[in-house]
Ligand binder design. Structure first.
Ligand code: FAD
Length: 357
């Protein structure tokens, strides 16, 4: 279902209608530089999105005849390059130092920019994580190049230029950065598959120095993590997502209850965040999370593509909407035309009855 939807919305706007973003003046060199991934780790664990980006970087680099290089910053990371090699990296630039233990926006930017100026990567790919969303524009601005946020596909055109695909204008568009280098994109977890790790692969580790003069305007002193409530969205087998049609906080509580009785995770569309019913971390879609549950139930949401691109991996999709013409009904396997304020409590009762038997 997910792949079918993506193909259909791609069909709305042919790839030839490319939006060309002219990012600067410097010409592309004949020999492509490496494809870079800025990898991210939390408490020493490499994030899945970084491994997924290395897998995609490998494909792009193979087509280009380039190499894949990864930048990894943090502390006590000496064992980590092997996992990056196993995912497809040929070289790892490793900054492993207590001063890099926490993400430091200015310091991380400084190190990456200096390295990029020296090594001239062709592309720089970064995860659309909380850190990546801040770091990518900081780096792009310093390198005076373009950046496409929240891409849902990356491919090469016939000239080897990176097509950075995002939903827009009722379809998908490819943004290209034809002149300035590096070409930069952020991508959420789940857009690309996690590559199979080949532990026999090896590569080169280059250790990075931390500058003596540290930028001091902003410093991360401590990171306090909120424990996510319930099942994490990205790995949940059942996802219930609520939208504007839920109506108010009382309606939202019903959706949350539905997710709970199904032992599923609760997601949302943008209006639910704007209304303050749900946190941004539960938003699904282009600028939110990518989910791939066995069962997705969309309640009181219209099926706008910026939300739907986040659920292309869902196996079975169900929509509850009181408008029979809502676009969501063209994109799901099962549609229920009803007022969610009446249908959802009745559904919860039925599920409870069933569970009690
Ligand atoms: C650059 C960009 C990025 C974006 N990124 C995201 C993103 O990551 N995620 C995201 O979700 N959005 C994103 N958006 C916003 C997106 O375009 C839509 O505006 C949003 O997804 C619409 O949310 P919705 O379906 O809840 O609301 P609406 O489109 O307003 O739909 C509400 C639906 O509820 C139905 N309804 C009303 N009352 C009831 C009822 N009582 N019972 C049942 N159904 C009812 C209506 O028929 C309607 O279909 C982005 C937009 C932009 C421009």
């Amino acid at each position: 279902m997910g792949e079918r939807f993506l193909t259909e919305i791609q069909g709305l706007l042919p790839r030839s209608e490319t939006f060309s973003e002219r990012c600067g003046q410097r010409s592309m060199e004949n020999t492509p530089g490496p494809v870079w991934v800025i990898a991210e780790q939390i408490d020493g664990r490499i994030l899945t999105v970084s491994l997924q980006l290395i897998g995609q970087a490998r494909k792009l680099a193979d087509e280009l005849g380039a190499s894949v290089e990864v930048v990894l910053l943090g502390d006590e990371l000496d064992e980590h390059p092997q996992q990056l090699f196993a995912a497809g990296a040929a070289r790892v630039y490793l900054g492993s130092d207590p001063r890099l233990a926490f993400y430091q926006p200015e310091l991380y930017t400084e190190i990456i920019v200096k390295l990029a100026q020296e090594r001239q990567p062709e592309m720089v790919l970064i995860g659309s994580t909380d850190v990546g969303r801040e770091l990518a524009p900081l780096v792009a601005a310093r390198l005076e190049t373009g950046l496409t946020a929240h891409c849902i596909d990356l491919a090469l055109d016939e000239n080897g230029v990176l097509e950075q695909v995002v939903p827009a204008y009722g379809g998908l568009i490819s943004i290209i950065c034809p002149e300035k280098r590096p070409q930069m994109a952020t991508v959420a977890r789940g857009v690309f598959p996690t590559p199979e790790l080949d532990e026999s692969r090896t590569g080169e580790v280059i250790l990075l120095d931390v500058p003596d003069e540290l930028p001091r305007r902003v410093q991360t002193l401590e990171i306090v993590r909120e424990e996510p409530e319930g099942v994490p969205l990205e790995s949940a087998p059942i996802v219930v997502a609520g939208g504007a049609g839920v109506g108010d906080l009382e309606g939202w509580r019903q959706i949350a209850e539905l997710a709970k009785v199904l032992n599923g995770a609760l997601g949302c569309t943008r209006p639910a965040v704007d209304e303050g019913w749900a946190g941004l971390e539960t938003m699904i879609g282009q600028s939110g999370k990518m989910v791939s549950p066995e069962l997705y139930i969309g309640v009181g949401l219209s099926g706008e593509q910026q939300h739907m691109v986040g659920i292309v991996g869902a196996k079975v999709m169900v929509a509850i909407n009181n408008d029979p013409h809502a676009p969501i009904f063209e994109q799901v396997d099962y549609g229920i035309i009803d007022d969610c304020r009446e249908f959802v409590p009745a559904l919860i009762d039925k599920i409870r009855e069933y569970q009690a038997t």
